[in-house]
Design a protein around this ligand. Structure first.
Ligand code: NAD
Length: 296
């Protein structure tokens, strides 16, 4: 296929590379020229603007930081919707709020452009290895049309229902992940402070009712799991500021839906403090530093 790819950052860069590796012809655009050059080095054609990127393509994939960026890339005189040929399939894989996803898709439909929201989980490692999970919202036929393209970049392709539902799945999962990570951090830090060996305690939790992904796969206490970010100074992984962003999306969506999310609001504030303390660039499991006396 001829594909236009906008947003070649930590995730979009390797995702674009996997489309190229699968034999697709990709026009690549990013506001950071070095990111475009990296894609060109892997076989993409350099585009000089969003309009240039979507010229003559059959599908457009976007991987942008958040809702305002998605609005600015899709909507307006210089945007995707104004310049893509009618019938072009639009796939937005950014994590954004469900309402923006629905509004942009509505504008796209008015110009005969089918659209799906397709946020991902799996992180940069999943993007490199083409093993991402795609949570897809949109009409069944548009999901089917997007499948071959998504399969070049991911392993699990899940249709979540109508447009915006991919974002719903993504932000609600991350709401649970943030709260789970904070609960694990609190329990681990307290057990250690009360005199338990963190490894022994984690072993007990992981065969008991406190077990969760944050305790058995991604434990935040340094040294408990050799391959977790906690054991390499919280480098790599999923940034605390990205988690803060997703908690903002979840609490805002909850506000519009009239659903109280008390634990998520507390988690958001804790991550806000963590970011203000200068830890936003560290992996999100570093939230345990809020409980440990000094950085390990
Ligand atoms: P990133 O900041 O590394 O990449 C975003 C790219 O978009 C940048 O290269 C930026 O220059 C480009 N961009 C911004 N505005 C633009 C515009 N107007 N026109 C063209 N390009 C523009 O972010 P990322 O880590 O790749 O994340 C992208 C999305 O994926 C986010 O929504 C994030 O929440 C989500 N996500 C990230 C991860 C992760 O582990 N990094 C995991 C899952 C989901």
């Amino acid at each position: 296929m001829k594909i236009g790819f906008v947003g070649l950052g930590h995730m979009g860069g390797p995702m674009c590379a996997n489309l190229l590796a699968a034999g697709h012809a990709v026009r690549a655009f990013d506001i950071v020229p070095a990111n475009v050059e990296r894609a060109v080095a892997r076989g993409a054609v350099k585009a000089t603007s969003v309009a240039d990127c979507v010229a003559g393509v059959e599908a457009v994939v976007t991987m942008l930081p958040s809702s305002p960026h998605v609005r600015s890339v899709y909507i307006g005189e210089a945007g995707v919707i104004a310049h893509a040929r009618a019938g072009t399939l639009l796939v937005d894989s950014s994590t954004i709020d469900p309402l923006t996803a629905r509004e942009v898709a509505f504008d796209a439909a008015a110009r005969g452009l089918p659209m799906v929201d397709a946020p991902v989980s799996g992180g940069t490692a999943g993007a490199e290895a083409a093993t991402l999970t795609f949570m897809v919202g949109g009409a069944e036929r548009d999901f089917e049309a997007a499948k071959p393209l998504l399969a070049c970049m991911g392993r699990n392709l899940v249709h979540c229902g109508a447009i915006g539902n991919g974002q719903v799945a993504k932000i609600c999962n991350n709401l649970m992940l943030a709260i789970g990570m904070i609960a694990t951090s609190e329990g681990m830090a307290l057990a250690a402070k009360l005199g338990m060996d963190p490894k022994v305690f984690a072993g007990i939790v992981n065969t008991s009712s406190g077990r969760c992904w944050s305790s058995d796969t991604y434990n935040p206490y340094p040294g408990v799991l050799g391959n977790a970010p906690a054991s390499r100074g919280y480098s790599g992984g999923f940034g605390a500021d990205l988690m803060l962003k997703d908690l903002g999306l979840a609490t805002e969506a909850a506000r519009t839906a009239g659903v109280p999310v008390l634990a998520a609001a507390l988690a958001q504030q804790l991550y806000q403090k963590h970011s203000a303390d200068g830890h936003g660039g560290k992996d999100f499991s570093s939230i345990i530093l809020q409980y440990l006396k000094a950085a390990p």
